[in-house]
Design a protein around this ligand. Structure first.
Ligand code: FES
Length: 157
């Protein structure tokens, strides 16, 4: 990482740590804020957090990998989840997932190169009557159809 970029990154992490008075008991919240800032947890931020809180790097890593909301790899600005629960599955969720994968050029679990979207799948989100469901940034889009997928993404770009 270039020096200037590293300095910027350290400054942002410092500011987050200050918000929590460098309290190591707030490690999860601190990592969540770092994740919000960078859309993922760059390795350098974990080192910075570890050194400043005096928490072993291995501990920081184990927290970072334990919580699903935290990610060590870059995530897109928008998170798309396709429900593959039974009710959505029987209503064509797999076809919708395949269409999204084709349109975005990524597989489930991946992020587009421009960091626009990260694609994932979930099991039943408790809104089966609306299936098949695609969730974008927590917003439910029910009765999804393959030919509605493109317009959906365009509304997020
Ligand atoms: S199976 Fe998709 S919401 Fe229940």
């Amino acid at each position: 990482m270039p020096k200037e970029e590293a300095a910027q990154l350290a400054k942002k992490v410092q500011s987050i740590l200050s918000n929590y008075q460098h309290d190591k008991g707030m490690l999860v919240s601190i990592l969540q804020d770092v994740q919000t800032e960078f859309h993922y947890l760059p390795k350098e931020t974990l080192v910075e957090v570890s050194q400043n809180l005096d928490v072993p790097l291995s501990r920081v890593y184990s927290v970072a990998t334990f919580f699903k909301a935290l990610s060590l790899t870059p995530r897109g600005r928008h998170l798309i989840n396709v429900c593959l629960g039974t009710a959505c599955h029987v209503r064509g969720a797999v076809k919708i997932l395949e269409r999204i994968e084709r349109d975005l050029g990524i597989k489930s679990g991946e992020t587009t190169k421009d960091l626009g979207f990260t694609l994932g799948t979930v099991n039943c989100v408790g809104a089966c009557a609306l299936g098949p469901i695609v969730i974008v940034d927590g917003e439910y889009h029910g009765q999804m159809k393959t030919d509605k997928v493109k317009a959906l993404f365009e509304s997020y770009t």
